[in-house]
Design a protein around this ligand. Structure first.
Ligand code: HSE
Length: 307
């Protein structure tokens, strides 16, 4: 194989209660990347980046770093050129760096004839996350690679569990066009959590997982509650409470911050409802002087793939 064209999806991490431990993939929004094999042993060159201002230096580019490390570890006798087409902006809370990192890990593994397991690909993707946002977080990367909903049951040793997705579950995302760096979003988090808050949070994670397994939309909705991270982060997101209230008023099962923000996600039963929710969310942002995009998507069950 000489050339590979792939798609790597945008992802919603945390899903309210599951900070750093849960995520899911979107269906169509994401990165498109092209990989071209070269004869320059172990050398990775980023030849094109469209749709975002990101570093071209391999070491500073999440996708480049991941590819370089994998070729090195595999002692590959070839190099790669990478083109990255980003369909949404970095700093969105939709796992932009993770889409690139996961895409790179997935594609390089194809050139290496599937040498690495899916879990190993997540670990490589996490190295890309460290380059982009200073921490080895698995939620966006694993959701992008696995597709559907994932639970990071453990970071050490890394264990990812795929969670079934109710057939009719849709997501509406409002993405204000302001950049929030994940690193900054992590710096405002509480260092200590009162036990009673922790109990509430892990009960909600259990509720969310259970609701996803049993397609209990009301249970999913009740469990989309984050009393630890959301209160600290929502202050950076203009009109967050109003958008969340509008989403719920429209009939969505629940809403919250997507990843570290500023995007706001809402889950709904059925596409029609998700579109109605989009309309309600739109009403809040309309005319406020902030550019924004709204997406309605089914849950992307396939994850990173060849196109
Ligand atoms: N779980 C991470 C966070 C996701 O919320 O900081 C980063 O996109």
């Amino acid at each position: 194989m000489e050339r590979l064209h792939i798609f790597s999806p945008a992802t919603v991490a945390n899903v309210s209660c599951g900070f750093d431990a849960m995520g899911f993939a979107l269906q169509q929004l994401g990165d498109e990347m092209t990989f071209q094999k070269t004869s320059d042993k172990g050398e990775v060159v980023i030849t094109k980046i469209e749709g975002a201002k990101l570093p071209f230096e391999t070491e500073r580019n999440a996708a480049g770093f991941v590819a370089q490390k994998m070729l090195e570890d595999a002692k590959a006798d070839f190099g790669l050129e990478i083109e990255i087409i980003k369909k949404y902006k970095p700093g969105s809370g939709l796992g932009s760096s993770a889409a690139s990192s996961a895409g790179s890990a997935y594609a390089v593994n194809q050139f290496l004839d599937g040498k690495f397991s899916q879990l190993e690909l997540v670990k490589y993707g996490m190295l890309g996350e460290e380059v982009a946002c200073g921490a080895q977080i698995a939620d966006n990367v694993s959701a992008a690679l696995y597709g559907g909903f994932v639970l990071i049951r453990s970071y050490d040793p890394l264990e990812i569990v795929s969670i079934p997705t109710p057939e009719d579950l849709f997501v509406t995302v409002l993405h204000p066009q302001i950049e929030l760096k994940t690193e900054d979003g992590r710096n405002v988090l509480p260092k200590k959590v009162p036990l009673k808050d922790a109990v509430k949070q892990w009960s909600n994670v259990g509720g969310l997982i259970s609701g996803l397994y049993t397609s209990d939309y009301e249970l999913i909705g009740r469990s989309l509650e984050d009393i630890i991270v959301e209160p600290a982060r929502k202050l950076f997101i203009p009109h967050f409470d109003a958008v969340k209230e509008a989403a719920v008023a429209s009939g969505a099962v629940g809403a919250g911050i997507s990843g570290s923000g500023p995007s706001i996600f809402a889950l709904s039963k059925g596409k029609e409802q998700a579109q109605k929710t989009a309309h309600f969310m739109d009403e809040v942002y309309k005319g406020k002087g902030i550019e924004y995009n709204i997406y309605v998507s089914s849950i992307g069950n396939q994850g990173t793939r060849i196109i």
